[in-house]
Design a protein around this ligand. Structure first.
Ligand code: ARG
Length: 408
């Protein structure tokens, strides 16, 4: 009888390579390896594909999903100005739902009953995989070998690998745990686990050191948006994908886009995280600047709360959830007139908005100006303040009367 099949989210690294063998040994299943290209630093994915077959996968597939990642996922994050805890642009949290989508599709294609991932039991990614899979096909089972096996140290894993003829990394061990895609790069572990220690210079690959390596001349960049999404750079029509790639380069060159933060993981612990997100932070900053110009005040303010909730849901693995979908609907309607240009200046680690314009700008020069063309009714301000401040006045008088001045 044919064996049951398991689709494994395969990266080509040690954990998921060992997992191929481990699943076969412990669950007697055929493993189908799936590697997803979300724009991570170039590895040769054909080599990754062949490696899985070499280790014993019955099938090995590589899918380049970069366009879909940008079009269906990052576009939503940008429209929502998504920053978890007002800082982290969710790069890992953004890639998991698209990986999940393709894992489930692949499981259906090959008739698998099970999906496996290489996450540990301490992070957010396991939640994102498993809740995502449950949302798309609640009948699939999930295997998390790294959470289950008794290979507690890297040495034990290497021994297991050597004993089973699994190729082990020959390069010097990287002490960091790294996850990256088009939206940026996350660096964890090693000395970074001490929140008092400054991150060593060599952990960075996307951004220059703002003091030592960044360019000595400022650079101006103009980004044009149409309905909330970037469509041109310096007047040249460019795809959103290529705009992200270019802004990663430009901002990174000027040393902009590093984050060093303490973050609250869903599983209850605080962790120290370092991120390189030059393109993501640049685009969110520019997008917000345009919204400041185009969105009516109440809508803008209300959206800030929605953005925070959106980021929290996505961070917490709820990409495929009714609330997140409903919030997408809200965000989408806010973007209809977020069209225009934003000019940015990069210099020595900074990215500053220095100009913005839009055919739908709500900025009214005649209302804002202090010069002769002023149309603002200064006298009306008096009546407005009288009524606006009326409750405060009533409160102050009453408290004075009862001898409790200033008390709430
Ligand atoms: N703390 C970030 C998050 O939860 C980054 C996780 C990075 N993942 C990794 N496997 N290194 O989204």
């Amino acid at each position: 009888m044919a064996k049951a099949k398991c689709v494994l989210a395969y990266s080509g690294g040690l954990d998921t390579s060992v997992a191929i063998q481990w699943i076969r040994d412990n669950y007697d299943m055929d493993v189908v390896a799936l590697a997803i290209d979300v724009g991570q630093e170039r590895q040769d994915l054909e080599t990754v594909r062949l490696k899985a077959l070499d280790i014993g996968a019955v099938e090995s597939v590589v899918k380049d999903v970069r366009e879909e990642y940008v079009g269906e996922f990052l576009s939503k994050a940008l429209k929502a100005n998504a920053l978890y805890e007002n800082k982290y642009p969710l790069l890992s949290a953004m890639s998991r739902p698209i990986i999940v989508k393709h894992l489930v599709e692949e499981a259906h294609r090959v008739g698998a009953t099970c999906i496996a991932h290489g996450c540990t039991g301490k992070g957010n990614d396991q939640v994102r995989f498993e809740v995502g899979i449950a949302a798309l096909d609640p009948d699939l089972t999930v295997l998390a070998p790294v959470r289950e096996w008794d290979l507690h140290t890297r040495e034990q894993e290497m021994e297991y690998a050597a004993a089973h003829g699994i190729p082990v990394p020959t390069t010097k061990d990287n002490p960091y745990s790294i996850d990256d895609n088009l939206w940026g790069r996350a660096i964890e572990c090693g000395v970074l686990e001490d929140p008092w220690i400054e991150p060593p210079a060599d952990i960075y690959t996307m951004t220059n050191d703002a003091r030592a390596e960044a360019c000595d001349t400022p650079e101006y960049v103009e980004i044009s948006f149409d309905q909330g999404l970037p469509i041109a750079l310096n007047g040249t029509v460019t795809s959103f994908h290529d705009i992200i790639v270019t802004m990663n380069d430009v901002a990174g060159k000027h040393g902009f886009g590093r984050i060093d933060m303490i973050e609250n993981r869903l599983v209850g612990l605080k962790s120290r995280e370092v991120y390189e997100v030059p393109g993501a932070l640049t685009l969110i900053q520019a997008h917000k600047a345009l919204e400041d110009l185009c969105l009516e005040r109440d809508l803008l303010h209300y959206k800030l709360g929605i953005e925070q909730k959106w980021a929290e849901l996505v961070y917490n693995g709820m990409w495929y959830s009714p609330l997140k979908e409903a919030l997408d609907g809200f965000v989408e309607t806010t973007q209809k007139l977020v069209t225009g240009d934003v000019r940015l200046r990069f210099f020595k680690g900074s990215c500053v908005v220095v100009g913005r314009r839009s055919p739908y700008s709500l900025y009214d020069f005649d209302l804002a100006t202090y010069d002769a063309t002023d149309t603002f009714d200064h006298k009306a301000a008096k009546g407005f303040i009288d009524l606006w401040g009326l409750p405060t006045k009533v409160w102050a008088r009453q408290r004075r009367k009862v001898g409790k001045e200033g008390e709430v």
